[in-house]
Ligand binder design. Structure first.
Ligand code: SAM
Length: 290
């Protein structure tokens, strides 16, 4: 099935207007595959016919489905593993000391796709019950895609999906078999809430998050949209909070509000109050006995 240049430009424009995501050349080649289910389900014969319906603007639910079909939702449990080790080794111990008086942590998984990242985070806590006894852990998973958030809320994953990142023991302990696959059990569901949210819109809970993960979400945003998304994220972070990006992503050159944490490669801090950052680094050296 052929798609004209003008139709592919309209789809790219729709995706960028709604999410900030640019349709890369390689993804343009896959438009037909990405949209084939929508065409079949709605009885639409060609992509150009689909575009005509979209342009008439009579079916808002159709344009949302098209946008969602064009998004890249790739994810898996404990993706890239080392970022979770970094949280366990650096961020969580430090936050445990700093939040000792309130015993509460707030974590935001922004662009959580179908929820694997969010459940992986919850597992970090339930796997160390003595350490986190008496603590309230709030994990918020958000995504611009309604269908992803619906799936994340259901928390049911196929055999293939659990095998991507989870060992057998972890699967059996944290998931129960059900007719559709494996369903997350209550202990990893309890800390998590899911909500639809677009990173280009104001952030949920300004100033509230101790850790924000925004991994593999901003790669295809134009520079100005990236800056806007980083502004939104920065506004959601606690003064001494951290941002974690995906492998190969950086804030450098994208925002003046965040900078690399020199003591924890891969984590980013709010900047703007240098004395606070130096003090934190001093505290950490002192805690480490250096
Ligand atoms: C490749 S997945 C990454 C999922 C997960 N963070 C990980 O690293 O495994 C990117 C996710 O970002 C979401 N996304 C894209 N643009 C977004 C936006 N403007 N606001 C919120 N989520 C967005 C997509 O729907 C998709 O689920």
């Amino acid at each position: 099935m052929q798609i004209s240049d003008s139709s592919s430009r309209i789809l790219a424009g729709l995706l960028e207007a709604r999410t900030g995501q640019q349709l890369t050349m390689s993804r343009r080649w896959r438009l037909e595959t990405a949209l084939s289910t929508i065409l079949r389900e709605r009885g639409i014969a060609t992509l150009d016919e689909l575009i005509t319906i979209l342009v008439m603007g009579k079916e808002p639910s159709l344009s949302q489905s098209v946008v969602e079909a064009l998004l890249n939702n790739e994810t898996y449990f404990f993706r890239d593993r080392s970022p979770f080790d970094l949280l366990q080794r650096v961020a969580l111990p430090e936050l445990q000391q700093r939040r000792q008086n309130i015993k509460r942590l707030k974590i935001w998984s922004a662009g959580c796709s179908t929820g694997q990242e969010t459940y992986s985070l919850a597992m970090l806590f339930v796997e160390e019950p003595e350490k986190w006894q008496g603590w309230t852990i709030d994990i918020l998973g958000t995504d611009v895609s309604t269908s992803c958030i619906d799936r994340a809320r259901r928390g049911i994953y196929s055999q293939f999906e659990v095998q991507r990142g989870l060992g057998i023991q972890q699967t059996i302990k944290r998931f129960e078999e059900c007719p559709d696959g494996w369903r997350a059990v209550e202990d990893i569901r309890t800390p998590i809430r899911f909500q639809e949210h677009n990173l280009l819109e104001p952030a949920p809970h300004p100033g509230g998050f101790d850790i924000v993960l925004c991994r593999n979400v901003l790669l295809y945003l134009s520079p100005d949209k990236k800056t806007l998304a980083f502004d939104r994220i920065a506004s959601a972070m606690a003064e001494d909070g951290w941002l974690m990006l995906g492998a190969g992503e950086t804030v450098i050159g994208q925002t003046s509000k965040l900078g690399a944490d020199v003591n924890a490669r891969g984590l980013y801090r709010l900047v703007g109050d240098g004395s606070r950052i130096e003090k934190r680094q001093g505290d950490r050296r002192a805690a480490a006995g250096g």
